[in-house]
Design a protein around this ligand. Structure first.
Ligand SMILES: [Zn+2]
Length: 418
């Protein structure tokens, strides 16, 4: 261990850690879900965590290494936002205002509102404009400590416009200190061109769009919206078959407004995650428990749509389904560029414990993206993606909102004060 500290690139001493490692039993009086280790020394070498030891066992290295005295502050893994639609053009503030002035959904649709207004704006935008429009939303997430974000397409709904959205997401990843995971969500909404032929649109996705996205290395996973107002379970199944044929992981917007049994379908394809889940029943919970699929909860959309049916949290707990929490950042149902706010909402609206909420944006967020082996926990061998907080307990991260107690960010071993 001494040798590991001798060859480190950075060392933190006198630091408390919410490791979020489920094999660590919390020290002190802390909820064991945090995997708390108190008064530790942590070393990283390049982009990797190489040693974690109690201060009693730490010997100051003889070599010239940057040593940071954390003075009892806390390290957590960096946050992972595993479900966003943050690449889009325009916004829907006018529509929000008109609805609050009494306009009905039908009236708004007639005036060109709803998802199609975002589709029109996104189609009109150039790649550069799309990147510029999306950058401030990504900045807001990064400021709060997000170091990995999933970004979906789904507002292009043509081959070229869906690929343009994925290119914008990739460019945002390349231009910023953040890992970006890209998801093709062409099966988000039926495009106007296919209003009378949704199966023809599914053909286009399966036969042309998925192969093109794979050929251009633009996509990590494929998503669908399985709902009465979107696509049937049968149509989603065709998309999943095409995705698997091309070696891509799948996931789905499932059971948000009604129970379409999309979660059972997703489980049969070993989906990474099923997301929303307000209407999920016990059979669905059983199915995703068996397939090791993550349940991703999106309290921001629940709040913004003023939903009242809460996802089946007790069932998810009793079947030990890993729960992720994400912003669902999008212009229609969750214009919320704050991971801290949704961490708090997961507790206040869904009654998750703060340790479950924190696990939702770290360890389980990583699992929802298939990245469990490298990020989401503070553990030897993991990527050095960590946040240093001026807090007294990790529960503070879910308890208070509007404060930013972040003092230092470590991304892939690079350290910056904030
Ligand atoms: Zn979504």
């Amino acid at each position: 261990v001494t040798a590991l500290f001798e060859t480190a690139t950075y060392i933190w001493i006198n630091v408390n850690i919410a490791t979020m490692d489920s094999n660590v039993t919390s020290q002190g009086d802390f909820d064991t879900g945090y995997g708390v280790l108190l008064n530790q020394a942590v070393a990283i070498v390049d982009d990797c965590i190489c040693a974690i030891v109690p201060m009693q066992q730490y010997i100051k290295p003889s070599t010239d290494i940057t040593i940071i005295d954390a003075k009892g502050r806390w390290l957590t893994p960096s946050f992972i936002d595993a479900h966003t639609h943050l690449v889009y053009a325009g916004n829907r503030a006018d529509e929000f205002e008109q609805r609050l002035q009494g306009a009905s959904y039908q009236e708004l649709a007639k005036r060109g509102g709803g998802i199609l207004s975002t589709v029109n704006a996104t189609r009109k935008a150039s790649l550069i404009e799309l990147i510029e429009n999306s950058q401030p939303r990504l900045d807001a997430l990064i400021r709060e400590g997000v170091s990995c974000v999933e970004i979906k397409s789904g507002y292009g709904l043509t081959i070229e416009d869906e690929l343009k959205m994925l290119r914008a997401a990739k460019a945002l990843g390349a231009n910023n200190q953040v890992r970006v995971s890209t998801t093709l969500l062409a099966a988000h909404s039926i495009p106007p061109e296919y209003a009378n032929n949704p199966d023809g649109y599914i053909d286009l996705i399966c036969d042309e769009l998925i192969p093109a996205a794979v050929a251009q290395s633009l996509v990590d996973a494929v998503d669908v919206f399985c709902e009465q107002i979107a696509f049937s379970a049968q149509q989603c199944e065709r998309v999943f078959i095409a995705a698997k044929k091309h070696g891509l992981a799948v996931k789905g917007h499932m059971e948000q407004l009604t129970n379409q049994h999309g979660s059972q379908l997703a489980a049969r394809f070993n989906a990474l995650s099923v997301d929303h889940l307000e209407w999920l029943d016990e059979e669905g919970v059983q199915a995703i428990s068996d397939s090791g699929t993550v349940a991703t909860l999106l309290p921001g959309a629940f709040y913004f749509l003023r939903e009242t049916k809460v996802p089946p949290i007790e069932l998810l707990r009793s079947y030990q389904v890993p729960i992720a929490i994400a912003t669902d950042l999008n212009p229609g149902s969750s214009p919320i560029a704050s991971i801290r706010l949704v961490m708090q909402m997961a507790c206040t609206l869904f009654r998750l414990t703060p340790s479950e909420s924190l696990a939702g944006v770290t360890r389980n967020g990583a699992k929802a993206l298939g990245l469990s082996e490298s990020i989401g926990q503070i553990k030897v061998g993991m990527q050095a993606d960590m946040l240093l907080w001026d807090i007294e307990s990790p529960a503070q991260l879910c308890y208070q909102f509007g404060m930013n107690e972040l003092v230092q960010k470590i991304f892939a071993g690079k350290v910056c004060d904030v």
